[in-house]
Structures are given as C-alpha cells and as structure tokens.
Design a protein around this ligand. Structure first.
Ligand SMILES: [Zn+2]
Length: 323
C-alpha cells in the first residue's frame, strides 16, 4: 500500500451531505477495497433520484484499484437508515402463476432451458425449450441472470444469499432445488421472507457463526458495494464455502457503457452510491480478492468466483468472467 496520499481537494470534505446528522458520517482514510490512499474525486454533489435518500455525496476513485467510494460515508450504525425504501426491502408477494396459454408456454420453455443448463428439475417443461431459448439471446441472458449462473451441484446443495433483502431469491432458489437461506442486516426486510417460512438470519457476515465449509454457493447480488469491509467479507465467504464452492457477485461496473454515457447521472450511482451506502466498484472486485490472498496463508485455494457485471461493459463484455 502506498503511504503517500494524493487526495484530490476538488470536492473537500465540507461538501458532505447537509441533511444527514454529522454523527451519522465518518471520514474514510483509504480505499476500502485495497487500502490505497491515493485517489481522485470522481463526482461531487451526488444526489439520489431513485430512492430519495437525502443528502449530497462525494464519490472518489481509488488510483490503486479503480474502485470508487464515498468520503465521508455513513457509519455502520447509521447505514441501515439509508435502505428504508430500498427495492429489496418491500413485502414479498406470492409467486405469480403463469397466465393464459402464452404464459404457460413461455414458462415451459424457460423451465426446460433452466433444467438443461442448470440441472434444475422444474415442471412443466417443454422438451425443446433449451434449443429455442439458446437462439434468443436477450431472453437467455435474462434466464441466466435469474439463475445467477449457478448450476445446481446436487439436490439440496447449500446456498447462502448475502444481502437477501425480502428473500425473493431464497424462495426461487429453494424451488429450483437448492437448500437456500439468506442473510440481511435489516430485520424488517428479513421479516418479509420469514413470513413465508424462509430461513433468513439478520446481521452481517462477520456477526454470524456459520460453520466452516457449509455452503456449495454464496451469492451477493448488489450487496458487496454496500459493505464497509468487503475484503473481510470475502474472507468470511471463503471460510464458509465448501472446497470447489462458488461465489457469485453482481456489482455496478464503472467501466460500463451506462456509466460512460450517463456519468454522474448513471442510475447505479444514484441507487448504490448516493443513498449513503459505501462504495461501488470498478470493473470487478479484484482488489478485494487480492487482499483475501494476502490475508490468508492458504488463500491460493480461494475459489474462482463468477463475476456478473450488471451493466454492459465497454471493455469486458457482459458475460460472467472468472477473475
Ligand atoms: Zn483501491
């Protein structure tokens, strides 16, 4: 880690949100992903137009790993208040049945594609759905994203969804054959899923006490960018994954076409950075993974994660990429 700091003063710390109590905020000394102190101001005066979270925020970009992060950012105790209207924290509705002949037909095609590609066992399934969907790229991408690109290793394989919100994915994954459970720091969001009998714990990864090597897969759908200590979280994920287990992560991609085009108005800055969460990553979370390697003597066994960049990338494409 570099010891010299080249903090850009274009947007000094006085540009912090005026409508948040100062005790809710704390200064950030270094990049939360790689620990580098060199950075440049990316945007000042960011506001959240999607979830109407108050405040104006300053987003910096690390010159070491190109991750971006807020400074100041909400303290761990205060960050939950930024998510009161977050989209995953709405009541969980009943699973919608397929409507009409066309709806049942589409669902049968989808089921056969997912059964063939991800080893699910969903019914009813049209036996040629796998071929039809293969030639429909936009639909195939949507179904792949829905399954989070994770093949079911065996019926009842353990899956943990970190930052599961109301547990919608936990419910879906359970129906596909996973022995799925969730974890979310917000007890109100977790309660929605618990009402449906889903197994959801409240708290953070470091506060829970999952046994070693418990899960075949861990997913983090737009949750890693909200963590104050992403590298420590990945270490914990590694501890609870079985050998050969998979981690699937989705996070905003600052190298995406969307960000290139919209810059400060990019919706994923509004939804993930400006509300007061913590930081949004660059092309991937390589830097956090490197820290996992450095922090653990046996870190060469860190499983190769799947990274799904939610936005089209101008440099890497939109497919999942191993890092
Ligand atoms: Zn960094």
């Amino acid at each position: 880690m570099s010891q010299s700091s080249k903090v850009d003063q274009t947007y000094p710390i006085t540009a912090s949100p005026q409508t948040r109590p100062v005790e809710d905020l704390e200064a950030v000394e270094c990049c939360p992903s790689c620990g580098n102190t060199d950075r440049t101001a990316l945007y000042g005066g960011l506001t959240d137009g999607r979830f109407c979270v108050p405040g104006r925020w300053v987003l910096h970009r690390c010159l070491g790993c190109e991750s971006a992060y807020l400074d100041p950012w909400p303290t761990p105790d205060a960050i939950g208040r930024a998510y009161r209207s977050y989209h995953t924290h709405e009541p969980l509705g009943e699973t919608a049945p397929a409507r009409g002949v066309a709806g049942r037909f589409k669902r049968a095609l989808r089921n056969d594609y997912l059964n063939a590609r991800y080893k699910f066992d969903m019914h009813p399934a049209a036996s040629w759905g796998r071929y039809a969907v293969t030639f429909l790229p936009s639909i195939r991408l949507r179904y792949d994203r829905m399954a989070r690109h994770l093949p079911l290793g065996g019926r009842g394989a353990g899956l943990l969804d970190v930052g599961c919100g109301n547990g919608a994915f936990v419910r879906d994954a359970t129906s596909w054959g996973w022995n799925a459970e969730g974890l979310d720091p917000d007890p109100n969001a977790a309660a929605f899923g618990q009402q449906f009998g889903l197994r959801i714990l409240t708290g953070g990864l470091q506060q829970t006490s999952y046994p070693d090597k418990l899960f075949a897969a861990v997913t983090m759908d737009h949750s890693i960018e909200h963590l104050h200590a992403p590298a420590a979280a990945l270490c914990e994920v590694y501890r609870i994954l079985k050998p050969g287990g998979m981690i699937w992560v989705a996070t905003p991609n600052l190298s995406s076409i969307g960000h290139d085009w919209f810059r400060a108005a990019w919706v994923w800055l509004g939804a993930t950075a400006a509300p007061g969460p913590v930081h949004t990553r660059g092309p991937d979370f390589c830097s956090s993974r490197r820290r996992v390697r450095e922090d653990r003597a046996d870190a060469r066994r860190v499983p190769r994660p799947l990274v799904f960049c939610r936005q089209l990338s101008s440099s890497k494409g939109s497919k999942p990429a191993g890092i």
